[in-house]
Design a binder for this molecule. Structure first.
Ligand SMILES: [Zn+2]
Length: 53
């Protein structure tokens, strides 16, 4: 699980929401979306070195 990715956290929240609503198929959909999130196939850029935000 990657807590640094806001999109993933968003999907995880939606998944949790669906699960609580008893909609397991939707929960699974969000889980798949989260796992497929492009940021996971490449390295999530951390704070660039020596660069001010
Ligand atoms: Zn992600």
């Amino acid at each position: 699980m990657n807590d640094t990715c806001p999109t993933c956290r968003h999907y995880a929240a939606l998944r949790e929401q669906a699960r609580r609503a008893g909609d397991h198929s939707k929960a699974t959909d969000y889980e798949v979306l989260r796992r497929r999130h492009p940021a996971h196939t490449v390295r999530i850029p951390r704070q660039p070195e020596g660069r001010a935000v």
